[in-house]
Design a protein around this ligand. Structure first.
Ligand code: NAP
Length: 380
């Protein structure tokens, strides 16, 4: 049996051995999340994009022609990718032979279509790291936040056995808005302050709806008090993330009760959440909570993974923080920024938390997961 310290040592050796870059593909490369992959992976030490795929509408065009009119990143389309020909996501015969794995950020008319596409890549021996919600409730598919449940990668061999996949598998990231507060809750749980109940109100950015997203006349000067499917995701996904690996898949945890309201606000990037929390028995004091958050570190930090934020939870004492335009890019957009921790008249405490939805909540979070899976030997 390998203990925690032996695992860290073996993984660190693994990190040092990453000499050759893995060639990878991006499914949904022309969309908002896909564009983030192209931006964030520029100069990545381990991964090189050689394949871009999207809908039949884009297939056969150069990336510049297909994505240029809707390019939203703060840098121009990278020169090395402009002339890549976009492949139809379902043109499996055209997948370059040397693709090691793909990031998936596709939107399709139904979740069943996405499930089938992602499993087809896995059947063909290509691991899929996905942003889509389609497989989040498939029990043998891990749903990972690097700092919380990296160990859920242990379900990958179970998935491969259950489904007859030889080298491929599907691993997913949770909903983008969860990333803005769940690590803060997990840090307290890990310090043995068990959380009993959460009431969460999200204020989600426009880029979370993809491109072109919500019509500007619906969004400017407005708040939309409904984001389809998000409240169910907010209330259910933490149960799987906090679950444990069983013989057939992940067994959900049901120790925390969550109630949520999800809204869309006229902010370009950065999901904010207002969180009220009640503890089960032991209640930490304010200083303890802030200290737990400020000192929290997990496997991605121990391994020094390229996309790991140095300090995953940043606490700001200023009364008017966090704010999307000031705090969403903290530590390359990978940190979550928390503030306004105060006592609550009904529950025990309340706070406000923020993270970048298309970086930490989408492409960046998935890149961090891929780095962790590579270090553990699942991506070769
Ligand atoms: P988006 O901007 O609408 O992009 C959608 C992508 O899917 C485009 O590349 C599009 O290609 C492709 N696509 C559409 N129909 C297709 C089809 N029938 N077959 C194959 N490809 C098709 O959406 P997004 O915001 O990037 O989101 C992508 C996924 O990530 C969604 O599942 C979303 O829920 C999830 N997600 C998004 C965020 C966020 O903050 N935006 C965060 C977490 C997760 P064309 O350009 O050719 O149409």
């Amino acid at each position: 049996m390998v203990n925690y310290f032996q695992l860290i040592f073996q993984l660190k050796i693994g990190v040092k051995n990453h000499m050759e870059k893995l060639k990878i593909g991006v499914l949904g490369a022309t969309g908002i999340v896909g564009q983030n992959y192209l931006q964030l992976l520029q100069g990545h030490p381990w991964f090189d994009i050689i394949d871009v795929a999207a809908s039949p509408r884009s297939a056969g065009k150069t990336y510049e022609k297909a994505a240029g009119p809707k390019w939203q990143m703060p840098i121009p389309i990278p020169e090395s990718l402009k002339d890549l020909k976009v492949r139809d996501v379902q043109d499996y015969d055209a997948i370059p032979e040397d693709v090691s794995f793909v990031f998936s950020a596709i939107n399709m008319p139904t979740k069943d279509m996405i499930k089938e596409v992602e499993f087809e890549y896995a059947r063909k021996g290509i691991p899929v790291i996905s942003n889509n919600s389609a497989h989040r409730w498939t029990s043998d598919v891990p749903m990972i936040i690097g700092e919380i449940n990296s160990h859920h990668s242990d379900v990958i061999p179970i998935q491969q056995k259950n489904r007859g996949f030889l080298k491929g598998f599907v691993a997913v990231k949770p909903n983008c808005s969860l990333q803005s507060y769940l690590t803060a809750i997990y840090a307290l749980e890990k310090a043995n302050y068990k959380v009993d109940k959460l009431i969460i109100t999200t204020l989600q950015a426009v880029s979370g709806a993809g491109y072109p997203g919500v019509a500007s006349l619906d969004m400017v000067d407005n708040i939309i008090p409904y984001v389809g499917g998000e409240e169910e995701k907010t209330e259910k996904e933490p149960l799987k993330i906090f679950g444990k690996v069983g013989e057939k898949g992940i067994i959900n945890d049901d120790s925390i009760q969550i109630s949520s309201t999800c809204t869309r606000v006229a902010v370009r990037d950065g999901h904010t959440a207002s969180v009220n929390m009640k503890f089960k028995d032991r209640i930490p004091n304010r200083e303890e909570i802030i200290n737990i958050w400020k000192t929290f570190k997990a496997l991605p930090q121990e391994l020094g993974l390229p996309f790991a934020p140095k300090q995953p939870i940043i606490y700001l004492e200023d009364e008017d923080r966090p704010q999307p335009i000031k705090d969403r890019n903290n530590d390359k957009g990978m940190a979550l920024t928390v503030g306004r921790l105060r006592e609550d008249n009904v529950f025990d405490y309340k706070f406000v938390s923020l993270s970048h939805n298309t970086i930490r909540g989408a492409a960046g979070g998935a890149i961090l997961m891929a780095e962790m899976l590579k270090t553990k030997g699942y991506l070769k």
